[in-house]
Design a protein around this ligand. Structure first.
Ligand code: ADP
Length: 655
């Protein structure tokens, strides 16, 4: 193949510009990214070689080598991993295959620090070389391919790149960075060692650097040896030293790993720039043996809500990397957990399909789930805001102090995903229910747990009440809450999209039923005294003729019309029948383009309200009836079926 010039895909060119500009404040990460690519390439070789040992050629020891040439101003990262064919170099280093990239571009804020974090998450690793280089040469040969099929890729990091065929005896890839004038510092043994120690210590592959030795120069005075020699400087010796620990972090004993090392490892595997919230590291023994190192991130990723998002667990079998995103190892509602599972029992050639069926995998998934739930329970147990401890935190151990508020932080980021577990993981429903937190009419700031709620239920209260709505304001101001407010009964305010669905799976908590205040007739049971009950019954009797008229007028809109004791200030509200789907859920389904069962709500009227009292005998009865209905719909966040007709009716009455 003679030399060819290719244009970068438009996104790459744009990205390159961003990478070189936005990441400038955190230059040194380029090395982490390139070493990580080299390590991935070795993992890939090891994996392919499971079925084809010939790929190792005659160099089975996988490694990464760093070298620099001060005079030529180059820094080279070489691996003997899988390598690339010419076509792969064109495809992988010229385009961005990842679908999330466009999304990523739109999220950049212009703020260098946060943009730098985003870039890391989206995996634009190779291009980070251009932070320190104004030209990159990549030379590579695919494992198993003849030496004549090597490739050289060169680019100045702007619009295009060149590719040509070369002869390359060694398998694998060399990335040669032609350092910018202001990045010449990186051509320095100590500097490189320091960065490797910081970011790549745990890479399970040895990272080698050529040893340097101090050499004396020429004699100062050739006629007088006593006068000594000129300083000669550092000279390469031709010997190579391993500069990282080169043992997979999770294989080391817990006591030998510092928190900082755990956090660095997390950053490496998750591409997150922030430290994790917490982690758990265990060797599990028994019928299935495996090591798990699981992290909970401190911030939700951009694509948390992507239903196709894969789990964040890397699977290793006896230290050999098998696959990323092993979704079979973690239930979908814990998809935010990142980490590594290293199994001693699975076969090395395990496929995704096989994973789905394996009993060992099932045991590992259950073990992982239990561990994550324990971690969360531990955070929740210690999650006391300083107010809750009356500001007295000095009685707590250092470890507990560090956990203050962590569960709150976790829940704000991932609580909504956790709720999916109610429908997904019946076996752990009780544990999950204890981990839930909700806004409440009783607490302005802190979220409350179901246990908190239950503990302060009123004498005679036999259900835990909740309301679902699109926003907190809509929930708080819902007419359905009026009688609960009047009687000082706490109601949980649920505003996550998933609440409605998730609550379908949670009928009670610790033996006490959960009851939506917007479903069915309100039955406050013992919370209502005899006089109140009697008044409602009497009103129902007296209002019979009026209710019949209303029912007739609204027959296309309402399933039924009845009087209620749940309202105090509002004239009317809408509720669904006990087994009906809440109106909020029906609206959500419709918005998502799905079919919602057509069920009409029940209109409940407040017999004490002046407007309702005035209805009977009014010449505007028909209009008032419709206004009553449409206003009830508006009050709970819905829209009248015919907004123009509603406005017309109101205006007619106003004038
Ligand atoms: P990512 O590593 O997240 O896929 P990069 O931009 O870092 O993104 O790399 C793009 C692709 O280029 C990689 O997926 C891989 O296929 C290829 N690549 C990069 N570096 C190497 C290497 N040292 N050896 C083999 N392939 C590589």
């Amino acid at each position: 193949m003679s030399k060819q010039t290719h244009a970068f895909q438009a996104e790459v060119a744009q990205l390159l510009h961003l990478v070189t500009h936005a990441l400038y404040s955190n230059q040194e990460i380029f090395l982490r990214e390139l070493v990580s690519n080299a390590s991935d390439a070795c993992d890939k070789l090891r994996f392919e070689a499971l079925n084809n040992t010939a790929l190792y050629e005659d160099a089975p020891d996988l490694q990464v080598r760093l070298s620099f040439d001060k005079a030529a101003k180059t820094l080279t990262i070489t691996d003997n991993g899988i390598g690339m064919t010419a076509q792969e170099a064109i495809d992988h280093l010229g385009t961005i295959a990842k679908s999330g990239t466009k999304d990523f571009m739109s999220k950049l804020s212009g703020d260098q620090k946060s943009d730098a974090q985003l870039i890391g998450q989206f995996g634009v690793g190779f291009y980070s070389g251009f932070i320190v280089a104004d030209k990159i040469t990549v030379e590579s040969r695919r494992a198993g391919a003849p030496a004549a099929e090597g490739v050289r890729w060169i680019s100045g990091g702007t619009g295009d790149f060149e590719v040509e065929a070369i002869h390359r005896a060694e398998r694998g890839t060399s990335v040669i960075l032609h350092l910018r004038e202001d990045a010449l510092d990186y051509a320095n043994t100590w500097k490189l060692k320091e960065i490797v120690g910081k970011y790549s210590d745990h890479i399970s592959l040895p990272i080698l650097m050529e040893k340097e030795e101090w050499k004396d120069g020429d004699l100062i005075d050739p006629s007088n040896e006593e006068a000594g020699r000129q300083p000669g400087g550092m000279v390469k010796t031709g010997e190579w030293d391993t500069i990282n620990q080169a043992s997979a972090l999770w294989t080391r004993a817990k006591k030998d790993i510092t928190d900082e090392q755990y956090a660095d490892f997390y950053k490496q595997i998750s591409r997150d720039f922030e430290a994790p919230l917490t982690w758990t590291h265990n060797r599990v023994e028994g019928s299935t043996e495996y090591t798990q190192l699981l992290y909970i991130p401190s911030k939700a990723p951009q694509d948390l809500w992507n239903r196709d998002k894969k789990a964040g667990i890397k699977l290793y079998v006896k230290r050999v990397f098998i696959m990323d995103d092993a979704e079979a190892l973690m239930p979908s509602y814990l998809r935010f957990v990142k980490g590594v599972v290293d199994s001693a029992d699975l076969p090395l050639n395990v496929s995704r399909e096989l994973l789905q069926e394996s009993r060992d995998v099932k045991a590992i998934r259950e073990g992982n789930t239990r561990r994550v739930l324990s971690m969360l329970e531990d955070l929740a147990k210690h999650d006391k805001s300083p107010e809750a401890t009356d500001g007295v935190t000095d009685v707590l151990s250092e470890e507990d102090k560090a956990k203050l508020g962590q569960y709150t932080q976790f829940y704000a980021e991932f609580g909504a995903v956790l709720k999916e577990g109610l429908g997904e993981d019946f076996g752990n429903k009780d544990r999950l229910a204890k981990l839930l937190r909700f806004a409440s009419t009783t607490s302005d700031t802190a979220l409350v747990s179901l246990a908190d709620y239950k503990a302060r239920m009123k004498e005679g209260q036999d259900a835990m009440y909740y309301i679902t709505a699109d926003t907190l304001a809509a929930a708080e101001n819902s007419p359905q809450l009026e009688v609960f407010k009047k009687k000082g009964i706490e109601v949980l305010l649920m505003t996550d999209r998933v609440d409605e669905w998730a609550l379908n799976f949670l009928h009670d908590f610790d033996g006490t039923p959960l009851q939506s205040v917007a479903k069915g007739a309100v039955d406050l049971g013992k919370l209502q005294d005899e006089a109140e009950k009697k008044a409602t019954e009497e009103a129902a009797e007296n209002f019979k003729p009026l209710l019949a008229k209303l029912k007739e007028a609204l027959k296309d809109k309402a399933e039924d019309v009845r009087v209620t004791s749940r309202l105090v200030d509002s004239p009317a509200c809408l509720v669904v029948t006990d087994d009906g789907m809440s109106m909020q859920l029906a609206r959500m389904l419709k918005q998502a383009g799905q079919q919602a069962p057509e069920s009409k709500p029940v209109l409940e009227v407040n017999p004490e309200h002046a407007l309702v009292k005035k209805l009977d005998g009014s010449v505007h009865f028909h209009d008032l009836a419709h206004i009553l209905f449409d206003q009830a719909l508006l009050a709970e966040g819905g829209l009248p079926a015919d907004p123009a007709a509603y406005v017309k009716r109101v205006n007619a009455l106003l004038s």
